[in-house]
Ligand binder design. Structure first.
Ligand code: APR
Length: 241
Protein backbone atom coordinates (compact mmCIF):
# COMPACT_ATOMS: atom_id res chain seq x y z
CA UNK A 1 0.00 0.00 0.00
CA UNK A 2 1.52 3.32 -1.07
CA UNK A 3 2.18 5.86 1.70
CA UNK A 4 3.01 9.57 1.69
CA UNK A 5 5.20 11.27 4.30
CA UNK A 6 4.18 14.87 4.97
CA UNK A 7 6.30 17.26 7.07
CA UNK A 8 4.56 20.54 7.81
CA UNK A 9 5.79 23.75 9.41
CA UNK A 10 4.59 27.17 10.51
CA UNK A 11 3.87 28.27 6.93
CA UNK A 12 0.94 25.82 6.85
CA UNK A 13 -0.87 27.97 9.46
CA UNK A 14 0.28 31.37 8.13
CA UNK A 15 -2.89 31.92 6.04
CA UNK A 16 -4.91 31.27 9.21
CA UNK A 17 -3.24 34.34 10.74
CA UNK A 18 -0.73 32.51 12.93
CA UNK A 19 2.77 34.01 12.81
CA UNK A 20 5.67 31.95 11.55
CA UNK A 21 9.04 32.11 13.30
CA UNK A 22 11.61 33.22 10.72
CA UNK A 23 9.66 35.32 8.25
CA UNK A 24 10.18 39.09 8.34
CA UNK A 25 7.28 39.46 10.84
CA UNK A 26 8.05 36.16 12.58
CA UNK A 27 7.96 35.43 16.31
CA UNK A 28 11.75 35.23 16.53
CA UNK A 29 11.95 38.79 15.22
CA UNK A 30 10.05 39.94 18.32
CA UNK A 31 11.06 37.46 21.01
CA UNK A 32 14.47 36.10 21.96
CA UNK A 33 14.06 32.42 21.10
CA UNK A 34 16.68 31.49 23.72
CA UNK A 35 14.62 33.19 26.43
CA UNK A 36 11.19 31.74 25.53
CA UNK A 37 11.92 28.52 23.66
CA UNK A 38 15.02 26.90 25.17
CA UNK A 39 15.72 24.64 28.15
CA UNK A 40 18.07 27.29 29.56
CA UNK A 41 15.43 30.01 29.19
CA UNK A 42 12.90 27.79 30.92
CA UNK A 43 15.19 27.21 33.89
CA UNK A 44 16.10 30.91 34.05
CA UNK A 45 12.56 32.33 34.01
CA UNK A 46 9.63 29.91 34.05
CA UNK A 47 7.09 32.72 34.43
CA UNK A 48 8.33 34.51 31.29
CA UNK A 49 8.10 31.28 29.26
CA UNK A 50 4.68 30.41 30.69
CA UNK A 51 3.43 33.90 29.79
CA UNK A 52 4.79 33.49 26.24
CA UNK A 53 2.81 30.28 25.71
CA UNK A 54 -0.29 31.72 27.42
CA UNK A 55 -0.18 34.56 24.86
CA UNK A 56 0.22 32.17 21.91
CA UNK A 57 -2.64 29.98 23.20
CA UNK A 58 -4.89 33.06 23.54
CA UNK A 59 -3.95 34.11 20.00
CA UNK A 60 -4.89 30.66 18.66
CA UNK A 61 -8.44 30.73 20.11
CA UNK A 62 -10.03 32.78 17.28
CA UNK A 63 -8.02 31.34 14.39
CA UNK A 64 -9.59 28.98 11.84
CA UNK A 65 -8.15 26.18 9.71
CA UNK A 66 -7.37 27.26 6.14
CA UNK A 67 -7.80 25.46 2.78
CA UNK A 68 -4.53 23.56 3.24
CA UNK A 69 -5.55 22.18 6.65
CA UNK A 70 -8.90 21.13 5.21
CA UNK A 71 -7.29 19.48 2.18
CA UNK A 72 -4.94 17.47 4.44
CA UNK A 73 -7.89 16.31 6.56
CA UNK A 74 -9.74 15.26 3.38
CA UNK A 75 -6.69 13.30 2.22
CA UNK A 76 -6.43 11.50 5.56
CA UNK A 77 -10.12 10.60 5.49
CA UNK A 78 -9.96 9.29 1.90
CA UNK A 79 -6.68 7.38 2.38
CA UNK A 80 -6.69 6.14 6.00
CA UNK A 81 -3.32 4.83 7.13
CA UNK A 82 -1.56 6.08 3.98
CA UNK A 83 -0.82 9.67 5.03
CA UNK A 84 2.02 9.83 7.56
CA UNK A 85 1.77 13.47 8.60
CA UNK A 86 4.37 14.81 11.02
CA UNK A 87 3.90 18.44 11.93
CA UNK A 88 6.35 20.80 13.60
CA UNK A 89 3.38 22.99 14.51
CA UNK A 90 1.95 23.12 18.00
CA UNK A 91 -1.41 24.67 16.98
CA UNK A 92 -4.58 22.53 16.78
CA UNK A 93 -5.78 23.71 13.36
CA UNK A 94 -5.17 20.35 11.67
CA UNK A 95 -7.23 18.62 14.38
CA UNK A 96 -9.96 21.25 14.03
CA UNK A 97 -9.96 20.58 10.27
CA UNK A 98 -10.57 16.89 11.06
CA UNK A 99 -7.10 15.29 11.10
CA UNK A 100 -6.75 12.37 13.53
CA UNK A 101 -3.60 10.52 12.45
CA UNK A 102 -1.18 13.32 13.20
CA UNK A 103 2.22 13.38 14.93
CA UNK A 104 3.22 16.62 16.68
CA UNK A 105 7.03 16.62 16.66
CA UNK A 106 7.30 19.71 18.89
CA UNK A 107 4.34 19.12 21.23
CA UNK A 108 0.96 20.81 21.48
CA UNK A 109 0.00 24.32 22.61
CA UNK A 110 -3.48 23.28 23.81
CA UNK A 111 -2.12 20.81 26.37
CA UNK A 112 -0.10 21.03 29.58
CA UNK A 113 2.42 18.44 30.83
CA UNK A 114 3.26 17.29 34.37
CA UNK A 115 7.00 17.36 35.08
CA UNK A 116 6.60 14.77 37.83
CA UNK A 117 4.68 11.96 36.10
CA UNK A 118 4.72 13.10 32.45
CA UNK A 119 0.92 13.17 32.12
CA UNK A 120 -0.30 15.38 29.24
CA UNK A 121 -3.75 16.93 29.66
CA UNK A 122 -5.83 19.53 27.78
CA UNK A 123 -5.78 23.22 28.68
CA UNK A 124 -7.57 24.48 25.57
CA UNK A 125 -6.90 28.17 24.85
CA UNK A 126 -6.89 29.42 28.43
CA UNK A 127 -3.88 30.58 30.38
CA UNK A 128 -2.07 28.18 32.68
CA UNK A 129 -3.01 29.21 36.21
CA UNK A 130 -0.70 29.31 39.22
CA UNK A 131 -3.01 26.83 40.96
CA UNK A 132 -2.71 24.27 38.11
CA UNK A 133 -2.35 20.71 39.41
CA UNK A 134 -1.63 17.50 37.54
CA UNK A 135 -4.91 15.52 37.29
CA UNK A 136 -2.96 12.27 37.66
CA UNK A 137 -0.47 12.83 40.49
CA UNK A 138 -1.68 16.24 41.76
CA UNK A 139 1.82 17.72 41.45
CA UNK A 140 2.04 21.50 40.99
CA UNK A 141 5.06 21.07 38.66
CA UNK A 142 2.97 21.59 35.56
CA UNK A 143 4.32 23.20 32.35
CA UNK A 144 3.34 23.96 28.75
CA UNK A 145 3.55 20.95 26.43
CA UNK A 146 5.86 22.48 23.81
CA UNK A 147 9.30 20.98 23.08
CA UNK A 148 11.94 23.70 23.45
CA UNK A 149 15.45 23.85 22.01
CA UNK A 150 17.81 21.73 24.11
CA UNK A 151 15.02 19.36 25.17
CA UNK A 152 14.43 15.83 23.95
CA UNK A 153 11.93 15.46 21.09
CA UNK A 154 10.95 11.77 21.42
CA UNK A 155 8.53 11.99 18.48
CA UNK A 156 11.48 12.44 16.09
CA UNK A 157 11.78 8.65 15.93
CA UNK A 158 8.64 8.74 13.75
CA UNK A 159 10.57 10.69 11.08
CA UNK A 160 12.78 7.71 10.29
CA UNK A 161 9.83 5.30 10.42
CA UNK A 162 7.93 7.47 7.95
CA UNK A 163 10.92 7.72 5.57
CA UNK A 164 11.22 3.92 5.59
CA UNK A 165 7.52 3.36 4.82
CA UNK A 166 6.79 6.12 2.29
CA UNK A 167 7.37 6.52 -1.45
CA UNK A 168 6.57 10.26 -1.66
CA UNK A 169 7.82 13.09 0.60
CA UNK A 170 5.94 16.37 0.88
CA UNK A 171 7.32 19.35 2.84
CA UNK A 172 4.83 22.19 3.40
CA UNK A 173 5.60 25.59 4.93
CA UNK A 174 8.92 24.94 6.60
CA UNK A 175 12.22 26.81 6.30
CA UNK A 176 14.11 23.60 7.07
CA UNK A 177 16.13 25.43 9.73
CA UNK A 178 15.30 22.93 12.49
CA UNK A 179 14.51 19.76 10.59
CA UNK A 180 16.73 19.81 7.51
CA UNK A 181 14.44 18.76 4.66
CA UNK A 182 17.26 18.38 2.09
CA UNK A 183 18.63 15.02 3.33
CA UNK A 184 15.03 13.82 3.79
CA UNK A 185 14.10 14.74 0.19
CA UNK A 186 17.20 12.96 -1.06
CA UNK A 187 15.84 9.69 0.42
CA UNK A 188 12.92 9.74 -2.04
CA UNK A 189 12.48 9.34 -5.80
CA UNK A 190 9.49 11.68 -5.60
CA UNK A 191 9.29 14.75 -3.38
CA UNK A 192 7.25 17.96 -3.35
CA UNK A 193 8.13 21.25 -1.63
CA UNK A 194 5.42 23.85 -1.02
CA UNK A 195 6.70 27.29 -0.06
CA UNK A 196 6.04 30.76 -1.56
CA UNK A 197 9.71 31.59 -1.05
CA UNK A 198 12.94 29.97 -2.19
CA UNK A 199 14.76 29.15 1.08
CA UNK A 200 18.53 28.85 1.15
CA UNK A 201 19.94 25.57 2.49
CA UNK A 202 22.33 26.54 5.27
CA UNK A 203 24.28 23.34 5.75
CA UNK A 204 26.16 22.62 8.96
CA UNK A 205 29.36 23.46 7.05
CA UNK A 206 28.06 26.94 6.49
CA UNK A 207 29.98 27.46 3.28
CA UNK A 208 27.95 25.42 0.76
CA UNK A 209 24.72 27.34 0.11
CA UNK A 210 22.03 26.18 -2.27
CA UNK A 211 18.25 26.44 -2.25
CA UNK A 212 16.36 23.68 -0.43
CA UNK A 213 13.99 23.34 -3.41
CA UNK A 214 16.85 21.99 -5.53
CA UNK A 215 16.70 18.73 -3.53
CA UNK A 216 13.02 18.17 -4.43
CA UNK A 217 11.64 16.70 -7.66
CA UNK A 218 8.72 19.17 -7.57
CA UNK A 219 8.60 22.71 -6.18
CA UNK A 220 5.25 24.48 -5.88
CA UNK A 221 6.28 28.05 -5.21
CA UNK A 222 2.96 29.12 -3.71
CA UNK A 223 1.29 29.59 -0.35
CA UNK A 224 -0.04 26.34 1.13
CA UNK A 225 -3.69 27.37 0.87
CA UNK A 226 -3.29 28.50 -2.73
CA UNK A 227 -1.43 25.29 -3.64
CA UNK A 228 -3.85 22.95 -1.87
CA UNK A 229 -5.87 21.72 -4.86
CA UNK A 230 -2.78 21.23 -7.04
CA UNK A 231 -1.02 19.44 -4.18
CA UNK A 232 -4.09 17.27 -3.52
CA UNK A 233 -4.06 16.18 -7.18
CA UNK A 234 -0.37 15.30 -7.12
CA UNK A 235 -0.65 13.27 -3.91
CA UNK A 236 -3.81 11.51 -5.12
CA UNK A 237 -2.04 10.75 -8.41
CA UNK A 238 0.78 9.06 -6.51
CA UNK A 239 -1.52 7.10 -4.20
CA UNK A 240 -3.73 5.91 -7.09
CA UNK A 241 -0.70 5.27 -9.31
N1 APR B 1 2.34 28.81 2.88
C1 APR B 1 3.45 28.01 2.87
N2 APR B 1 4.64 28.38 3.39
C2 APR B 1 4.70 29.62 3.93
C3 APR B 1 3.61 30.51 3.98
C4 APR B 1 2.39 30.06 3.41
N3 APR B 1 1.29 30.83 3.40
N4 APR B 1 4.02 31.66 4.59
C5 APR B 1 5.31 31.48 4.93
N5 APR B 1 5.73 30.26 4.53
C6 APR B 1 7.05 29.65 4.69
C7 APR B 1 8.19 30.63 4.85
O1 APR B 1 8.69 30.99 3.58
C8 APR B 1 9.20 29.78 5.64
O2 APR B 1 10.02 29.03 4.76
O3 APR B 1 7.00 28.93 5.92
C9 APR B 1 8.32 28.79 6.42
C10 APR B 1 8.28 29.07 7.92
O4 APR B 1 9.56 28.83 8.41
P1 APR B 1 9.82 28.98 9.99
O5 APR B 1 9.22 30.25 10.46
O6 APR B 1 11.27 28.69 10.21
O7 APR B 1 8.94 27.80 10.62
P2 APR B 1 9.30 26.27 10.75
O8 APR B 1 10.12 25.81 9.58
O9 APR B 1 8.04 25.55 11.02
O10 APR B 1 10.22 26.26 12.08
C11 APR B 1 10.57 24.99 12.59
O11 APR B 1 11.49 26.10 14.52
O12 APR B 1 11.34 27.66 16.21
C12 APR B 1 11.18 26.33 15.90
O13 APR B 1 9.83 24.83 17.04
C13 APR B 1 9.78 25.88 16.13
O14 APR B 1 8.52 24.22 14.92
C14 APR B 1 9.32 25.38 14.77
C15 APR B 1 10.64 25.06 14.09
Amino acid sequence: MRKVMILSGAGLSAESGIRTFRDHDGLWEEYDVMKVCSAEGWEADRDLVTEFYNARRKDLADKEPNAAHRMLARLEAEYPGQILHLTQNVDDLLERAGCRELIHLHGTLTDLRCEECGAVFPVGYRSQSLEERCPECHSERVRHNVVMFGEPAPAYRHIYEAVAQSGLFVAIGTSGQVIDVVPLAREFERSILVNPKRERHITSFGDHEEYIDEAFTHFIQKKAGEASEELYGMIQGYLEG
